[in-house]
Write a protein that binds this ligand. Structure first.
Ligand SMILES: Nc1nc2c(c(=O)[nH]1)N[C@H]1C(S)=C(S)[C@@H](COP(=O)(O)OP(=O)(O)OC[C@H]3O[C@@H](n4cnc5c(N)ncnc54)[C@H](O)[C@@H]3O)O[C@H]1N2
Ligand code: MOO
Length: 409
């Protein structure tokens, strides 16, 4: 059976995936990283009143046209404490940053530009232009103005302006729900006392982290043994939870106990594709079961991670309406790379910086897809296209960053 090229598989996966049209309200503190499901309009005018941008004196410009003018300080205005009177001819009000500008005043004189005299009087030592240091009402936004748009990703700046517009909660698209099911009789949760033939189910933690980072709400369906009913029960559970995506781990290959595909097909899954021209991750399977997208990941931990980065991450981002993560970069090979076969290869590698600033990617000697320690210490994957020619150390190569690249600092 021929293997599907990575690019074609990704295109087919994303082509059929449309974001769920569900919204929810979330408090501001929980809204960072979420996507607005409706426009956000200002509920007030900001600033709501003319206010002072500086600490100084509010006064009438015509009274200080000449350097050395003297004025009577008739009161005080601070943020949260307006001066209720009116600034008349020859008057000044001591004012602090953020305070409402009192009636009658049209300019703020910096306190550094005023000399305090005896008896609540000041003398000017500078003549500012009229209107200086006054922030006019509404200069930021006006009540009713649409400042944020549906589809925008909430970040620090947008959250701040949403709060300033007097919105305690925001309407955002619901996160896509990704249900995770580990399969295999040998699997036990971390922290268990293991018998001789058991291993710890680890893949789900990395896959969940990738899915969450991509914007998913993750539902952990636990571990199903190599038994049809256990897998079917988990599928029912995923449906009942309203999962948009069911990710299975393991049991994806061709062995007698690799039940995931036959069981899901018996439950009504339409298989879209299976087996990709990539290493690791060849047995990746994609299908649909009712409204649920099925992604069957191989059981080998590194295969599960690489497939999650290449396929699950872009799928979830699309469902979450988030922009794709750009992990692609270029480096030079730190050691010779052998020629490749028909499967796109993803070599776990360390990154360092050459004196000229170029990134150097040096693959680990061992590339077995079961070796989690090596994956955990890899900084990047070197992507070797199908049938790539052998390369020398120093030749350019494409990489996928697994963490931020090294810097000189
Ligand atoms: N005759 C063939 N055998 C295999 C082929 C093939 O084409 N022909 N493909 C190989 C490739 S490539 C891969 S990758 C593996 C993947 O197979 P499965 O998806 O069926 O994975 P399992 O057999 O269930 O498990 C493989 C390995 O990973 C361990 N595992 C499984 N789940 C977890 C988990 N949640 N956490 C940690 N480790 C897990 C499992 O115990 C096995 O050791 O198939 C090859 N075989
Ligand atoms: O493709 Mo498997 O993922 O070689 O180990």
């Amino acid at each position: 059976m021929s293997l599907l090229p990575v690019e074609d598989a990704l295109e087919r996966l994303l082509h059929s995936a449309s974001p769920p049209d569900k919204s929810e309200s979330v408090p501001l503190h929980e809204a960072c990283g979420r996507v607005l499901s409706s426009d956000v309009t200002a509920r007030l005018t900001q600033p709501p009143f003319d206010n002072s941008a500086m600490d100084g004196y509010a006064l009438r410009h015509e009274d200080i046209a000449e350097l050395g003018s003297t004025l009577n300080v008739i009161g005080r205005a601070a943020a949260g404490h307006a001066f209720s009177g009116t600034v008349g001819k020859g008057d000044a009000v001591r004012i602090f940053t953020g305070a409402p500008v009192p009636a009658g005043a049209d300019t703020v004189l910096l306190q550094e530009d005023a000399e305090a005299l005896e008896g609540e009087r000041i003398r000017t030592t500078f003549v500012p232009p009229k209107g200086r240091h006054i922030r006019p009402r509404g200069q930021d936004f006006l009540e009713g103005e649409c400042v944020l748009r549906q589809g925008e990703l909430l970040d620090a700046g947008r959250l701040t302006v949403a709060a300033a517009m007097n919105h305690p909660v925001l309407h955002v698209y619901a996160r896509p729900k990704v249900a995770l099911l580990a399969t295999g009789d040998e699997l036990v949760p971390p922290g268990s006392a293991l018998n001789a033939s058991q291993i710890v189910a680890s893949n789900g933690y990395g896959v969940a982290a990738i899915a969450r980072e991509a914007g998913a709400e993750v539902i952990d369906l636990g571990i199903a043994g190599d038994e049809s009913n256990a897998i079917l029960d988990a599928v029912d559970w995923a449906k009942a939870c309203g999962a948009d995506v069911l990710v299975t781990l393991g049991g994806a290959s061709v062995g007698d106990l690799d039940l995931v595909q036959p069981v899901l097909r018996s439950a009504g899954m339409e298989l879209d594709f299976w087996r990709i021209a990539m290493r690791p991750g060849k047995p990746l399977m994609v299908g649909r079961l009712g409204g649920m997208q099925i992604v069957g990941l191989p059981g080998n931990p590194v295969s599960a991670m690489v497939c999650s980065l290449l396929f699950l991450d872009p799928l979830v981002r699309q469902l979450a309406r988030l922009p794709g993560a750009e992990r692609r970069a270029f480096a030079v090979a730190g050691s010779p790379l052998s020629g490749n076969d028909h499967r796109q290869d993803h070599l776990r590698a360390k990154l360092s910086l050459r004196d000229d600033g170029a990134m150097v990617a040096t693959p680990f000697e061992k590339q077995d897809s079961s070796m989690m320690k090596i994956f955990a210490s890899a900084d990047c994957l070197i992507v070797r296209p199908p049938f790539a020619e052998p390369a020398e150390a120093g030749d350019p190569c494409e990489i996928l960053l697994l963490r931020p690249p090294p810097t000189n600092r």
